[in-house]
Each structure stands twice: as C-alpha cells, then as structure tokens.
Write a protein that binds this ligand. Structure first.
Ligand code: 13P
Ligand code: SF4
Length: 332
C-alpha cells in the first residue's frame, strides 16, 4: 500500500503528528540534514553526538528518529527498553555501506596490535567489533586521550581519519570509505564561489576531501559549523556540508547570507544526502501511528556495541582516564 493511501483524507499532518507525539509519549529527534519541516517539528535538532546523548537521557517511551539508520540504531543501543522508529528504514549511509562487518573483522584480525577507533556512521555489528566510537564533534577530544604510540585503525571515513592524521600528526590506518555527499563538492566550483565572495569564510565538515578542507577557515561537525555561523564577524558564509543545515543558520541569523558549496556541475543539489531525504512528514506520521518501522537489534550484538558507544560518551566528556585506556580490549 502506498504511503498516500494510508493517510486520512485531508489530514493536517503537523496537527496529527503533534497529537500522536503526546498519545505515544514520544520524542522526535532530528538531524540538521533533515528537511526543514521535520527540523521545525522536532523536539530536538542536533549533531550525531548530541542526538545520541538525547536518546540516552530521554524519559519518552518512543523515540521517532528523523535521521539515518545508524543514528536510530545508536538510540536503540543506548535505550533498548524504548521503541525506536525510523520513518524510512532505507535511510542508510554510504559510509556504513562501505564497511561490511565481515571485512572489518578481517581487517581487525590482520592488525591485532591496533585498537579500532570507529566513526559512528557504521552498522551496529561494526560498532560491536570496535573499541571506541567517535562522532565528528568528539573525535579530536577522544583521539587526544589515546597515547601516540598506540597503533589505531580508523574507519570507515578515510577523509575524517585523514584529517585527524594530518591535524594531530598521527598514522592511523584508514578504512577506504567516503561520504558520497561530501565527496561531491567541487574544488573548482568552490574556488569560483570564493572569488565571487572574497570576504566570505568557508566552513567545512571533516567528511570533505582534503582539496575542500584545504580552503576552509573552519572545520568541524554540523553543530560546530552552526556555532561558527553564529559567531563569525562577516555577513556571508560558504557552507561545505549538506545544505539542509542552512535552515538553522537562516533561522538564527536572518540578516546574514549562507551559500552552499557547489558540486561539479555548479549546482549544489548533488550535495543533498539522498538517504536523509527519504524521511518525510507523511512517513513520520505513519511511524508514530503504527510504531513501525521499528529498530530491532539482537541483544548480544547490542551489548557489544554498547561498550564502544558508552566509551565514546565517557571519553567525549573527559570522564575516562588514561589508565582506563590501558585496559582497552582488542576487539576480539
Ligand atoms: P555530525 O555528527 O557532524 O552531525 O555528522 C553526521 C553526518 O552524517 C555527517 O555527514
Ligand atoms: Fe552518510 Fe554522508 Fe548522508 Fe552523512 S551525509 S548520512 S555521512 S551519506
């Protein structure tokens, strides 16, 4: 049955979602890359780390996750007693797809002296095979708590890993995954845009390749890019990340101009995340009404993944000492 045929005729979706949110005792979490109408009705909008923290702390019985599957999976890993729904279960991630668990396991086994520091954009199975999970906003803090002599595997984003290697003079072994969205920015088109706006700084997500990062005045997670947008002294900012975040910038700073960095054809539409775009108001309404599609995780995998996600939450807030790192498991 198509989504449309299941909707009540003439339904005011926003009102229906509000009614169901109360009825279900649900919290709606949304990532900055979601469509503006989903960001606007969410109880909380944030980056991957902030959304994980919200999912761990909420008193709601249902978490409706407007984001991609690895984010909803993380919510379930942290809050197994809650019902977690994702409006469209097909909302995946190219980084997750690049890293099948059996290949990651073999990679780990080939490097038994390495610990696995793994970007949250991966499957629950890969989290279960990892030692510490990081997000783009926590990666630097966490890496800096790991002794320089400790060999590290970093996956699945080779651009984030490469950025960290360059910034902190590390030699982490990199899994060869990329984000298809950030990979699509064109250096040539970016240079043209910079020439048109010579005073505009560039803010870039660390998932961008080095030829984009090299032109950035600020590199950081979605939240840190938003923070930069709120504090930079000029009136125009070039934004090299998924352009739906510009919605929050325009809301907070209506008198400033935010320009999405272009793709190869000079049109930034190719930088819209096709996975994030699968979630719609209609699908959110249905997810709250039917409590489907639901995230389910096999308990032993969840517990193993929880270990590395908990370690992220502890290390991101600096509550784990260097002594604890000495007892870090090797991922067996
Ligand atoms: P943030 O944690 O910076 O929000 O990044 C999530 C993501 O998927 C970026 O592509
Ligand atoms: Fe994955 Fe890239 Fe989409 Fe983020 S923007 S969810 S990394 S495909």
């Amino acid at each position: 049955m198509s989504v449309e045929t299941k909707l009540p005729a003439g339904a005011d979706l926003r009102a229906e979602i509000d009614r169901l949110r109360k009825e279900r005792n649900a919290v709606i979490l949304a990532h900055y890359y979601q469509k503006p109408e989903l960001q606007d009705l969410a109880d909380f909008v944030g980056d991957s780390l902030e959304l994980s923290r919200k999912a761990a702390d909420t008193d709601a019985e249902v978490i409706a996750f407007c984001g991609v599957k690895f984010m909803a999976d993380t919510a379930k890993i942290l809050s197994p007693e809650k019902i977690v729904v994702l409006p469209d279960l097909e909302a995946g991630c190219s980084l997750e797809d690049s890293c099948p668990p059996h290949k990651f396991k073999a990679f780990r086994e080939a490097h038994p002296d390495h610990i696995a520091l793994t970007y949250i954009n991966c499957s629950t199975e890969v989290k279960a095979l990892s030692d510490v999970i990081v997000t783009s906003s926590s990666a630097e803090t966490i890496l800096n708590q790991i002794p320089k002599e400790q060999p590290i595997i970093f996956g699945p984003d080779r651009h984030l890993g490469g950025y960290l290697n360059r910034k902190f003079d590390r030699e982490m072994l990199l899994w060869p995954g990329v984000c298809i969205v950030h990979e699509a920015f064109s250096e040539r088109e970016l240079l043209k845009l910079m020439a048109q706006h010579p005073d505009a700084p560039v803010a870039a997500h660390p998932e961008c390749p080095p030829h984009i990062i090299d032109h950035a005045d600020h590199v950081g997670s979605t939240s840190s890019i938003l923070q930069f947008a709120k504090t930079f002294p000029g009136d125009t900012l070039i934004v090299a990340t998924e352009p739906h975040i510009i919605h929050q910038m325009e809301k907070a700073l209506p008198n400033k101009t935010f320009i999405g960095a272009p793709g190869a054809d000079g049109n930034c539409n190719c930088n819209i995340c096709p996975y994030m775009a699968l979630n719609t108001m209609e699908k959110l309404y249905l997810a709250l009404r039917d409590l489907q599609p639901r995230i389910e995780i096999e308990e032993s995998v969840r517990l193993a993944a929880r270990r590395s996600v908990d370690r992220m939450l502890e290390m991101a807030s600096g509550t784990i000492g260097l002594g604890d790192l000495g007892r870090m498991p090797s991922g067996d």
